[in-house]
Design a protein around this ligand. Sequence first.
Ligand code: ADP
Ligand code: NG1
Length: 470
Amino acid sequence: MSRDSPQKAAVIQNCSAKGPSTTRLSALEKYFNSIFSQEPDFYVRVPGRVNLIGEHVDYCGYSVCPMAIQNDILIAVKKSEEGKLKIVNVDPAYRTPYNGTTNNIKIQVKAGEAPDWFSYVLCGVKGVLEDFPAGRKPVGCLLAVNGNIPPASGVSSSSALVCAAAMAAAHANELDMSREELATLCARAERYIGTEGGGMDQAICLLANRGSAKHIKFNPLKTEDVQLPANSVFVIANSLTTLNKAETGCYNTRVAECRLATQVMAKFRGVPGHRVSLLAELQDYLGISLHQMLDLAKEALLEVPYTKKEICSVLEVTEAQLNKQYIPNNILHIDTFKLRNRALHVLQEALRVETFVTLCSQDISAELALKRLGELMGQSHVSLETLYECSHPELDRLVALSKGSALGCRLTGAGWGGCVVALTTTSTADAYIAMLKEKFYKGHPSVGNRDLDSLVFATEPSGGAEVIPA
Ligand code: ADP
Ligand code: NG1
């Protein structure tokens, strides 16, 4: 494994062989021209990602191991010297355009409703403008979007859109920003949507290198390429169920449960609450191992769910203080929190990431490495289903069907719907995909007229975001 050096967002890279097809680019150019009666100055391509292992741990400060996929968000961009900000989408599913300026961008999110699609674009632009060099006036942008990442399915369509918009604004304004800076800025900016996510998606979308997965560490952001064993083939299978994270409180409830578990464990060990906010920070503060953190979680946290009142009493704070410090706005009404199981998942999953990454660099046979990676993926899914309760019956069905045909299979991304990722080999991938087509997709009422190859497919580690000259 090698440590990557920071890359410049403003550097124009050539469109890679695995980048968007010329047909897709010229269709986007045509569309841009039909709407704006001008030619784009450049394009931005940002891939989605599949997380191989390390689910629901990034917002606790623990590392993850995702890889970028071939599906992507493409944006055609033209600078607007008058500061206009206009956003359109090729896909009729995202028909509503945005028409505004770069002044005082407001992102409106209504509780219980999915945000407007262009809000994700606004997050990226707003994030860049917030970090804008003092004394310089930003240019505006005309933006036309075309994406083919399955939305709300755990493969990062939202972050790819946020990162593509941020990269468009950064490049249009010739900002000299490293990709690490851009990824950190995008992770912060996407929270305007209301989901208090970690930084995994933005980091992999921007920093991926073709041919490798990434081990991503946080606070500060650091990434290392991970060479996957020879013959490994990762297959993504869509469960045909979706979940928009911003529409429901599921995701933010898990974020809150992890924050509260951290505080209760800190209190148990006499650590001042204000010194730590993430489980990984508590571990650092105490200077203990992940195994010792697991022991602490088992000792300090009750198996039964906690009410808000009980947590306030343990932490010696008022409900107003608890809400303000730890509870995201869209879940203020939630009154039961499962602290023990959530913490146990996070800490065991963090250990699995370490083992996964170590196995990839160990001098053992590819066959043995693949077998053990598959086992870790299987354990991860069981934990997500039982301890973290973020699976879905259709995801579980895909995992059950995969037993015996794939080396391991788990839900990927936030869960509650979306996709699974399965580990297969060059010699078993085709048969595995054929089996799922036959047993899961054939006759499934939600397939509609979709091409099965877009619902279950093998994917190689793709390259990260790129700027493509017009
Ligand atoms: P994911 O797990 O894919 O990141 P989210 O629920 O966070 O899912 O975000 C999905 C939302 O992102 C969609 O509902 C839509 O608003 C937006 N989105 C995704 N892909 C596109 C696209 N191609 N064009 C416009 N908006 C998109
Ligand atoms: P997906 O499911 O791709 O939106 C979300 C979070 C990640 C991470 C995973 C779970 C955002 C933008 N993404 O990913 O940070 O927490 O869930 O591991 O919030």
